[in-house]
Design a protein around this ligand. Structure first.
Ligand code: BDR
Ligand code: CA
Length: 312
């Protein structure tokens, strides 16, 4: 029996410590068609710079295209309180090898999804680029295999109700959750069960080479931030790789089919993903596969093995 070919994906990200890890897993276990960047954890110039640096450290021939420098409606807001001013503080980063392949991430997403029917979009930042692509090219909804995103959950981290990626650009998120095709949500319920404990980070530290050294330092910074900001965490929640692994390693996750919508108006709940848990027969049909649990030990092994693959 021949192995199934890897899934083709476009990773749309805002590196971001955990976005960097998502890049590694995607490069190892998927056919990574391209990396697109969006403003989120840091301003666009910084998330793009970080994406190029991680791409260079991986030594892969994958284009990086920069995209939206602000949300559709909301004012631009960033997360230096988690990721530092650079978006990837904590490591001695090399200079990027050059500029992005283009500044038209939306055009790249549209053209690539038309040329590669059945590709997956994997957004791990605010959903601005994806919403703009779906709005400019409604045919994408039928051409892609689906969207596997990191965002939302039944509780928030930026506010009591809203997770950062959705809170940053709720109007874009609403477009994506309503797009009508296959949708997978890696929200905080699952990502907070996937923590970079000290013991797990040490397994990265012993790997050879610059990539592992940089990622170890990024993990340490990210985890220190999480441990210091929470009552009850042993390390950073490694959010973004979950959206990749939901595709490449689906057996690691427990899921539920649910109807999920985005609150864009609430004064206390703007940016919340409203997951309909009612048992009423009149509830709307599911539009989303919600990840609810992960085999964290096996999942972290995938991360370590992916880093080791690029550390030979
Ligand atoms: C999400 O926000 C960012 O801080 C992370 O990169 C992740 O995508 C978690 O709320
Ligand atoms: Ca992110």
């Amino acid at each position: 029996m021949t192995a199934a070919p890897p899934l083709s994906i476009i990773l749309d990200c805002d590196p971001g410590h955990d976005d960097a890890i998502a890049m590694v897993v995607a490069a190892r276990h998927a056919n990574l068609l391209g990396i697109t960047t969006v403003a989120g954890n840091a301003p666009l110039e910084r998330t793009t710079r970080n994406a190029i640096i991680v791409r260079d450290l991986l030594g892969i021939d994958v284009p990086v295209h920069s995209g939206a420098n602000r949300p559709l409606v909301a004012p631009p807001q960033h997360a230096s309180y988690v990721h530092g001013e650079s978006g990837m503080d904590g490591a001695d980063l090399p200079e990027p090898s050059g500029p992005p392949a283009s500044t038209d991430a939306v055009g790249f997403i549209i053209e690539t999804c038309r040329a590669h029917e059945g590709a997956w979009l994997v957004p791990t930042g605010p959903l601005t680029n994806i919403a703009l692509a779906l709005r400019a090219a409604p045919d994408l909804a039928d051409r892609i295999a689906g969207i596997s995103l990191m965002g939302g959950g039944s509780f928030g981290n930026r506010t009591a109700a809203a997770e950062f990626n959705i809170w940053c650009d709720p109007e874009a998120a609403a477009i994506v959750f309503e797009y009508g095709g296959t949708l997978i949500q890696a929200g905080l319920d699952v990502t907070h069960r996937f923590q970079a404990t000290t013991e797990r980070i040490e397994r990265v530290r012993v790997l050879p080479g610059r990539l592992a050294a940089v990622l170890t330092d990024l993990f340490v910074f990210f985890s220190n931030t999480y441990v210091s900001r929470h009552d009850d965490m042993e390390g950073a929640a490694v959010h973004d790789p979950c959206a990749v692994m939901a595709l490449t390693h689906p057996h690691l996750f427990t899921t539920q089919r649910r109807h999920v919508s985005v609150e864009i108006h609430g004064t206390k709940t703007r940016g919340m993903t409203v997951i309909d848990e009612r048992r009423l027969r009149e509830r709307p049909g599911p539009n989303c596969t919600v990840l609810t649990d992960v085999d964290a030990s096996a999942g972290f092994h995938v991360i370590t093995e992916s880093i080791a693959h690029f550390s030979q």
